[in-house]
Every structure is written in structure tokens, then in C-alpha cells.
Design a protein around this ligand. Sequence first.
Ligand SMILES: *Cc1c(COP(=O)(O)O)cnc(C)c1O
Length: 403
Amino acid sequence: MTTEINVERGLFDEVMVPCYNPMEFIPVKGQGSRVWDQQGNEYIDFAGGIAVSCLGHCHPAMVKALTEQGNKLWHLSNVMTNEPALRLAKKLTEISFAEKVFFSNSGAEANEAALKLARRYAADEFGPEKSEIIAFKQGFHGRTFFTVTVGGQAAYSDGFGPKPGDITHLEYNNVEALRSHISDRTCAVMIEPLQGEGGIVSPTPEFIQTVRELCDKHNALLIFDEVQTGNGRTGHFFAYQGLGITPDILSTAKSLGGGFPIGAMLTTTKLAEHFKPGTHGSTYGGNPLACAVAEAVVDIISQPETLAGVLEREALFRAGLEKINAKYNLFSEVRGKGLLIGAALNEEWQGRARDILVAAGKQGLMILMAGANVVRMTPSLVIEKEEIEEGLARLDKAIASLV
Ligand SMILES: *Cc1c(COP(=O)(O)O)cnc(C)c1O
């Protein structure tokens, strides 16, 4: 079968499972924070592939790592270990609290490993009744059945039959709700140190401190889901490093591979011992290609200049968004940290985040939403300052087209 295939948006509806509703244009090429579609139209990328393309598109260091490794060795399975995986794991332990690393291929799988480890640890150390997982409303942890059930939006987990059990959802930033609910039956608390999909919501200092204290008091493990906040996104390598507390287990993915699929679960030696050979695993997890690319990403992101640059860029975004808001009065607040930015729409603009996203696309700007009422931006951490200005100018035009 070598018939010519007409690749256009309509083909999506013909051959793809309709669980997405992609934009009309089809990007074919990217360089830094610019992308071009099939017609040669140019876009500035404030979406960053949903907090993934942290070094932009086709960064030379990533291309080099990918092509060098691609000419050497792609895959082994975990029947053998490999050099890139060992180097990457070593670097991740040097950068963080962690002493041990488990590699997966996505954020959901990193969380799946984290939750299974917490359950196994509690069962081994305290007995089978210590199984409750506490998580938070509007939280997002992935789409496997366990992680989507731990996530705080029933709409995503309903309708698939019996759910994994003993999961409780509390209100984010509600200290009293957590204090009155948590008990010695609690196995783990899973939390995003800044809710991403749920609308870019930061924890209050009091709340996040209390989460740690109450976990300690009840021998519950604290799992930080840093799939979106990790790898420099907030201006720290991991967001926990800016919050003054340390989790017991941390999951990450998205920016870790800069666009190449990889996830990781990080933990201590003491906890890791509860996963023995055969307890958990992955065919692809930690494969040489993914790890070689991620190592190149980590080498750049972990540099103090890169992290400082994130905060400089955040300031430019905030100043630009304020200017736009002074003109059109559509945001009630600009939330988030570093380059995980959410502009919340005010009363008058409720439900119009997708309209803005589509209008931005027409002006040559790629942005995201986080729910129907928040315009989200998660660009490359090294986006050029002129690109930020040009992108914001296009956002201004997009909004002008809607008023
Ligand atoms: C994106 C995301 C996930 C899921 O990651 P996948 O790679 O899509 O499985 C999990 N948790 C958080 C906080 C995320 O933002």
C-alpha cells in the first residue's frame, strides 16, 4: 500500500480515536520557540507542548544527544542496564533529595509507580489497613485508571467500571479539612506543589507546611507530583526546593525529556527497598535514547543561569499580561510561578479560554488553557526575550479580535 495520503485536519476525524480536538493547523517544523505549519505560517510557541519543550524545538544539545545515541544503541529492556540511564539517575540524585530513581515513559506511569510504592511500603511496614490515599480536588495525576482516580476530577474517572479504592479527595489549601481527615490509616498524600491542569493554583505556605507535618505525625508518605512543575519550570530545579519542605517520593516527566517521552520516580533508599526484582517494571522505562536526551536536558536546566533566566522571563510575561489587562480588562489575576503561568479570566470573560486559544492561533501564537477560565502559558525555559514580546503582541491582537 503506497497510495499518496492527503494529510490534513480532516484525516484526524477519519482515522484517529476522537479523544482530542486538535487545532485546525498542522505544525511540521520547529526551531527554538518558533513553529511552522504545512502552509508555512509561523507561530510563536507559548504552549511548549504543555510544559514539555523546555529547551524549545530541536535544541542543538538535544539533537546531538539523540543522534549520537541513535547511532549507538536504542533499546535493551531492563534485562540489561545502560550507560545513559545510570548517568541520568546519578545526576537526578545529585540535584534532589532522592537516592534512588525508577524510570518510566510518562507522567502517569511515574505516578503509578509512586502510588504502588507507597501502598507496598505501608503494607510491609504497618499492615494492610493502612491503605488510604489522600489527594486533592482539581488535582491531575495522569490517565491510567489508578492515577485518574487519584486525580480530583470524577468526570475523568467515571464510567470505566469499578475504581481502585480507598482514595479520598479534599480541598486544596484547606488546612482544617486535611487536619480533621488524615489518620494513622493514611498511607500517602499525593499533591501537586502547584496545581497545573486544575487552573494554576499555588499552595499557601501554611498549607504545604501542614501537609508535611501531618504526614510525619501519621507515618504517611508525602508524594509530590512534579510532572508539570519539575525540571526548572518554577525557577527551582524541582518546585519543592522553593517550598521549604521535602517529599518522600517525587514523580516527574514532561520537561525531563524536553520532548522525548520519559518519566521518573525519585525516592529514598529506605523506601526503594520495598520494590524488589519483579515487584514493578517497564519494558521501555529508562531506555538509552530517552535517557541520553534527558541527560542533555538536565545538564542545561540545572545550570544556575538557566534557572535565574526563568524568573527574568516570568517578569516579562507578568509585565506584558498586565499591560494587556490594562487595555482590555479580562483577567482577574495572573497566577503561577516561573514559566507556569495562568491568567484567570474575570466574570465577564468566563468560559472563553478556548476562544482566546483559537484566536491566538489565527494570530500566529500557540497558547494553552487550564480549564475553561484560565489561559495558560508554559513556554520554553530559554525562550528569547524578543519572542516573548512578539508573542504578547500577537496575544494582544487575538484579544482585540474578540472584543
Ligand atoms: C501532565 C501531567 C501528568 C500526566 O503525565 P502524562 O505524561 O500525560 O502521563 C501527571 N501529573 C501532572 C501534574 C501533570 O501535569
